[in-house]
Design a protein. Sequence first.
Length: 129
Amino acid sequence: MYSIEWLIPSKVFYVKMWDSLTLDELIACNEIVRDKYLDAVDDKIHMVAEFKDVESFPRNLRDIKYATSIYTNHENMGWAVLIGFKHPLVKFLASVLTQMANMNMKTVADKTEALDVLRRIDLSLPSQA
């Protein structure tokens, strides 16, 4: 399961995933990211994605690469800041995929730290969300 919302409107969006995440859910989530967030702006925006409560995740690298390619090469995709991995495999896959997509990524402990990191990277972000 997943949810998506703005943390800072038109600047930073937040994706939270939990329970057992299927490939179809991952694809649907990433299509929403592309269509309703990345396509809706005229400049780079950043993603904070939380995986702390994910119990299972698709494991086929080719499938995950396809699912993430839906948004990783989008011209408006800025940094991806990832929160919490229960499974080392998910963290490893995220790292491999962002490197393959030549995408900027950082892993952090929580949402507050994620926003702090993004505020240091992108000085146009407001100091308070």
